[in-house]
Design a protein around this ligand. Structure first.
Ligand code: SF4
Ligand code: SF4
Length: 477
């Protein structure tokens, strides 16, 4: 590939460079952030790709060095550079380990954006990627439309027929994998059935904006329903804007930063008008992305302050509930249920939320919490990584499932849609007698019931839960 020779750095407003070595345009990474890497190597044992490949270029330190070489004009944006920045899982385990605070996630996302701008691609691949990231992800309604054939496939009996006859095995391997990742029993997307506002059960303690992520809404109806049950049971009015857009994480991670920024601005404006006390999400990836809006808009005069307010209000659901004084733990419905918790990378490493989900689990009556070795190690899902880098994703999943199998747990808990899908696939592959659930499903004793739809007369007026014989209901007054 022929590229222009590097020239002296040019700058735009707020000293953010528009050209640096072979990088150019609005997603040029901040050079100071590249220089933070002092090459100490403390991140190496924590990096899943380095652990598998044992080559420097597949390590956080190696990737930082490659990005610096392009910024210095010593390396062009070529195939080798692209391979390494896309082989990274963006799991951020290196960020937790790094004593110098190197933000590899930020560097990788900037580098991917540069690759997307500069690397030649075949026209069909470019068209497909543009269709997915420039069009499909730009509206919830488009994603919902594309989920319709999947629901029809499941509900029409075609899926059952393919499995019963074994015809499913005739599908190309990649398609079989994608088919088996999809949760069974897809329902109408939750965004379409959830009212704009759901009042708190009992006294209202806060007005909470629900950042209902695309994947959660389309694929995890039971989990999102549990989120609303638990929030309303804990004194929160749940406000869900229907014009919510994707958080931008999938676009950022695939190098479509300019489109991600468009989505982010819309989300900031939408939630700003709602006057909510908190913004809560049950998707770890959405939470991580929203908390980074502040950094993404640090050079934007119009959005800097608004983005900061938005990020500061954001709480991941387990983080929120574990610290919320009005949280009501579930009734004792389990009997010595053995559970493990697998930490989503975008919760523990990207948001540094470690203790809160475990606290909620350990405080749930009738639950035995078993420690999962390497619970903070990536499961290999990483957005669409398990589709684009299937072999590597499966090696990483194998390591995870070896640990999971040893625990003898009945339930694997996690808090991110990609992890739910990937772990579920691991369980199916190994035929383990385990279920995979989001933490909110464990702490929602109402299960799949839409408790939040029930009239006040059918709820305890003190605790907001389903009335027991000793409870007081509105009809008693
Ligand atoms: S990324 Fe951090 S931990 Fe890794 S080599 Fe650089 S400074 Fe050290
Ligand atoms: S984000 Fe994960 S895969 Fe990427 S360099 Fe860091 S530890 Fe390695």
């Amino acid at each position: 590939m022929t590229m222009a020779a590097p020239s002296a750095p040019e700058t735009k407003q707020h000293n953010q460079p528009v050209k640096m070595g072979f990088f150019e345009g609005p997603s040029v990474p901040d050079y100071d952030k590249i220089l933070n890497c002092v090459r100490c190597g403390m991140c190496l044992p924590h990096c899943p790709t380095y652990s598998e490949m044992k080559v420097e270029r597949a390590s956080p330190r190696g990737r930082a060095a490659l990005i610096r070489a392009v910024a210095d004009g010593r390396l062009e944006i070529n195939e080798g550079f692209s391979d390494q920045v896309f082989l990274c899982l963006d799991c951020r385990a290196c960020e937790t380990a790094c004593p110098s605070g190197v933000r590899i996630g930020y560097l990788i996302e900037s580098a991917r954006s540069q690759v997307e701008q500069h690397k030649p691609q075949n026209p069909i691949a470019r068209l497909m990627r543009s269709f997915i990231f420039n069009w499909l992800f730009m509206r919830h309604s488009r994603l919902e439309l594309f989920s319709l054939p999947l629901r029809l496939y499941q509900q029409s009996g075609l899926q059952g027929m393919l499995y019963n006859t074994g015809l499913i095995r005739l599908l190309p391997k990649r398609l079989q994998f994608m088919e088996s990742l999809t949760p069974k029993g897809l329902k109408t997307p939750f965004r379409k059935t959830l009212p704009d506002e759901v009042p708190a059960m009992g006294d209202e303690q806060a007005r909470v904006g629900y950042f209902l992520g695309c994947m959660m809404s389309i694929m995890f109806n039971k989990t999102t329903n549990s989120t609303v049950n638990v929030l309303t049971r804990s004194g929160c009015r749940v406000v869900t804007p229907k014009n919510i857009r994707c958080c931008g994480a999938p676009l950022l991670s695939e190098g479509f930063k300019h489109k991600a920024v468009e989505l982010m601005k819309d989300n900031i404006d939408t939630f700003e008008k709602l006057n909510v006390d908190y913004i809560v999400t049950d998707c770890a990836a959405c939470g991580a992305a929203i908390k980074e809006y502040e950094e993404i808009f640090e050079h934007d005069d119009e959005y800097r302050d608004k983005a900061k307010r938005f990020s500061e209000k954001c709480r991941e659901i387990t983080e929120f509930l574990a610290e919320w004084p009005h949280y009501k733990a579930p009734l004792p419905v389990h009997d010595n249920l053995k559970v493990v918790y697998d930490e989503p990378c975008h919760l523990c490493h990207a948001q540094q939320v470690w203790k809160q989900p475990k606290k909620l689990i350990q405080e749930t009556p009738g639950v035995e919490f078993i420690t999962l070795p390497e619970s903070e190690w990536c499961c290999g899902s990483a957005g669409v990584y398990n589709i684009t880098h299937y072999q590597m994703a499966m090696k990483i999943l194998d390591r995870k499932m070896d640990h999971v199998a040893e625990t003898g747990a009945e339930v694997i808990l996690t808090a991110n849609p990609g992890c739910l899908l990937q772990l579920n696939y691991g369980v199916m592959q190994r035929k383990l007698p385990m279920q995979v659930k989001h933490v909110v499903e464990l702490i929602d004793h109402e299960g799949s019931e839409e408790a939040w739809r029930k009239p006040a007369e059918e709820r305890c007026q003190t605790c907001g839960r389903k009335p027991r014989p000793e409870c007081r209901t509105a009809s008693d007054n």
